[in-house]
Design a binder for this molecule. Structure first.
Ligand code: ATP
Ligand code: MG
Length: 467
């Protein structure tokens, strides 16, 4: 296994690359757009006689005129040598040691040039149970070719403010293309999450994934099913909660990768009412993007509640059609879909509990009886559930009306509420659409469920309801 991976890493890596140096007046990077912390680290390393480069996404985004959030630095100084230069420095990472230099809120990550063959867990080199390949350092050329995409392997040199391009990243930036470094199939086998990174970067930057980088998705995409669920959770948040969620979703769907990470979402999109569900997901994600862009908070619970709704609804409706009790059917559907999803993406329990509540509150919006209205308005999860109703309303005019009513209800005091309420308070008011009919069929008394206290950790496992 290890042998194969080593061979793979060697074959995947191109021959020793030629460097192209782009002088300071030939590129658009200005030190004004680099954080103070990053500049201080670069200068200090340089003064101490080490090579020091800004690298990765920050260089890429600066060249594209963006404003990077985090700045990564690569150097020929070892982590211990880096620590020797900064008092505010701690070393992290067992498998590959990194230095974190801390300036108040800002953390600057400093990595020593990595040698080839350091990729992912598969390539960990263990002899007699000892990790011997940990912390194998390399040259800047080796560091460049073990990165994922050519546009991510550009180095900004603090010594002369030039950019070094070892693999053709500059040309790709101009063409707005994503190319993997080395043999694409092998690079994806080393680390399947690179496929998702391709999708995410394409969505974020508006780039095209080059054919050579996308072709292997068909064969290697299923490797994502075995990727670490915790890592896929992190990557999902980057895909959907960084302000480019809608573009990421479309790109995931288009490229065929959606089915491997969100199987229930992909299946629901492919079925009967797939178009309606697609519109719901797109509205949900576009609302989320707007919130991110406006600097408002977003929660993974709402995101996953949207992505998994189609699967939950389908399952519940099927069970109800087969004669199940509605409340029970919705509970079971939520539980089954969450269980399936957390096998792929480790959604922490503290979020999946909120998702269940968001779904469970949906039928209660249709019960416009004063006492119930007041109770729902003061429910701790009212806001999230209401936002979800608004998204459902974007694809169903009847639900849009209902959402509008609740919007008004929120702004009314208790006495005004009386006027808002329908004349006959006994009956629900909305003429039910298919979906709301099924929801509505829920008996009013929900079975009490006993739940384990949320752990707050990210184990992501689902507590089965007491069944
Ligand atoms: P973002 O804008 O999301 O921060 P990024 O490219 O900076 O994008 P990071 O996860 O911050 O992404 O990674 C920093 C750099 O580390 C990348 O630009 C790339 O050079 C390298 N890198 C990250 N993940 C991988 C990977 N899976 N395989 C190889 N290189 C990687
Ligand atoms: Mg980054």
């Amino acid at each position: 296994m290890r042998r194969n991976n080593e061979k793979a890493a060697q074959a995947a890596a191109p021959a020793r690359p030629q460097v192209r140096v782009i002088a300071r007046d030939q590129h658009g990077i200005s030190r004004r757009n680099i954080s103070n912390g990053a500049l201080r680290v670069l200068y200090r390393l340089n003064e101490a006689g080490y090579e020091a480069f800004l690298v990765g996404g920050a260089v890429r985004d600066l060249l594209l005129g963006g404003h990077p959030k985090d700045f990564d630095i690569a150097t020929n100084a070892t982590p211990e040598q880096v620590r020797g230069l900064f008092r505010n420095c701690r070393l992290i990472g067992r498998r590959f040691r990194l230095a974190h230099v801390v300036f108040g809120q800002e953390i600057v990550e400093v990595a020593t040039f990595r040698g080839i063959g350091e990729e992912g867990n598969l390539d960990r080199h263990v002899v007699d149970g000892r990790i011997v390949r940990d912390n194998v350092y390399g040259s800047i050329e080796e560091d460049a070719i073990r990165r994922d995409f050519r546009v991510n392997a550009l180095y900004y040199n603090i010594a002369d403010f030039s950019v070094r391009d070892y693999v053709g990243g500059m040309a790709d930036l101009e063409k707005k293309e994503l190319h993997l470094i080395g043999d694409p199939e092998l690079r994806y086998r080393e680390d399947p999450v690179r496929m998702l990174r391709a999708v995410r970067l394409a969505a974020k930057l508006g780039f095209r994934i080059d054919e050579s980088a996308e072709r292997p998705f068909a064969r290697e995409g299923q490797l994502l099913c075995d990727a670490a669920p915790a890592r896929l959770f992190d990557e999902s948040l980057k895909l959907f909660l960084s302000g480019h969620g809608l573009a990421s979703f479309r790109e995931l769907d288009r490229s065929g990768l959606l089915q491997f990470v969100f199987p229930s979402t992909a299946a629901a999109l492919a079925r009967q009412r797939g178009d309606e569900f697609r519109r719901l997901v797109e509205h949900g994600l576009s609302n989320t993007d707007q919130r991110v862009q406006a600097g408002k908070s977003v929660t993974p619970a709402f995101l996953f509640a949207v992505l998994l709704w189609g699967g939950v609804r389908e399952r519940a409706e099927r069970a109800i059609a087969a004669g199940s009790d509605a409340a029970q059917a919705w509970d079971n559907a939520a539980e089954a879909v969450i269980r399936e999803q957390t096998g792929r993406v480790a959604i922490p329990r503290r979020f999946s509990l909120v998702m269940e509540e968001i779904w469970a509150l949906q039928p209660r919006f249709e019960q416009r009886v004063k006492k119930r209205v007041l109770r729902l308005l003061s429910h701790p999860r009212f806001r999230a559930a209401f936002d979800f109703l608004v998204v459902r309303g974007e694809v169903d005019p009847q639900l849009a009306e209902l959402a509008q009513w609740w919007e008004q209800a929120q702004e009314s005091d208790s006495s005004e509420l009386g006027e808002l309420l329908p004349q006959s308070t006994a009956a629900p008011v909305v003429a039910a659409s298919d979906e709301s009919a099924a929801l509505h069929a829920a008996p009013r008394k929900r079975r009490r469920r006993r739940r384990r206290k949320a752990s707050g950790g990210s184990s992501g496992d689902v507590t089965p309801a007491d069944s």
